[in-house]
Design a protein around this ligand. Structure first.
Ligand SMILES: [Fe+2]
Length: 245
């Protein structure tokens, strides 16, 4: 897929229809694309949840195929919008063995890998699996650290600082700006933006009904941190991923 020369690109998206808790039908995927295009987006890396307990069929090879199928469906309808395969890899005990069997779910075939976890503490396997990825030459990105269940802010920041010092990149969710994900998330996303902890921010869109609030969150970043910050994170940095920089 050619990289559009201009326009925003979303690197975290549950747009592929009917395979996780994201869009359920192709009509929902198309409704989402219509809204994203109005907001200046020209392409998306499709990142369904990769977590064998919940979504056993979601493997890198299946996601490649499903992304290709949605690309064909868009072309048949004359919709111009770029798609690339990826995944949001849930970190769990045994995730490295899972990757050895199924492959590493990279973003658009680059060395970048989007990961997440939700625990209320920072288990040992988090650092072990992130370190394994880096030792294998991959660049892990930890999605929405503002949503991790660790309640004590200082504890969360300590772990994030250690992870980023070793090379892990962080991606924030625009919607956390609106407060809809909770008070702590609302505070933390601003704190992390102010402290310059994010390398990226993204939509993490699921279904079209919730997309307007995610776009509102992006506008709030524009208002509070400036257009340049949003452009860096939705125009420039996604292209670093797509060119494997
Ligand atoms: Fe996600």
């Amino acid at each position: 897929m050619l990289i559009p020369a201009t326009g925003r690109l979303d690197v975290h998206s549950h747009m592929l229809p009917g395979i996780d808790d994201g869009c359920e039908t192709i009509e929902e995927s198309i409704a989402s694309i219509t809204m994203l295009k109005q907001a200046g987006y020209v392409g998306t890396i499709c990142t369904p949840h990769l977590w064998p307990d919940m979504f056993p069929d979601n493997t890198p090879s299946n996601i490649d195929r499903w992304t290709g199928e949605l690309t064909v469906q868009l072309a048949q309808r004359g919709i111009e919008y770029a798609l690339w395969p990826g995944g949001e890899l849930r970190l769990f005990k045994g995730v490295t063995d899972w990757m050895k069997t199924h492959g590493v779910p990279t973003l658009a075939g680059s060395r970048y890998v989007l990961t997440d976890f939700w625990e209320d503490h920072w288990p040992k396997y988090i650092d072990q699996s992130l370190d394994w990825l880096m030792a294998e030459g991959y660049q892990p990105i930890l999605a929405h650290p503002e949503r991790i269940g660790i309640t004590k802010y200082e504890t969360l920041v300590k772990h994030l600082k250690e992870a980023t010092a070793r090379g892990v990149l962080l991606q924030g969710n625009f919607r956390c700006m609106t407060g809809e994900d909770g008070y702590h998330q609302d505070q933390r996303v601003r704190q992390f933006l102010t402290e310059g902890r994010y390398w990226l921010m993204a939509m993490d869109m699921h279904r079209p009904d919730a997309l307007p609030s995610r776009l509102d969150g992006m506008q709030m970043v524009v208002q509070e941190y400036g257009q340049q910050m949003v452009d860096l994170m939705t125009i420039d940095r996604p292209r670093i991923i797509l060119t494997n920089g």
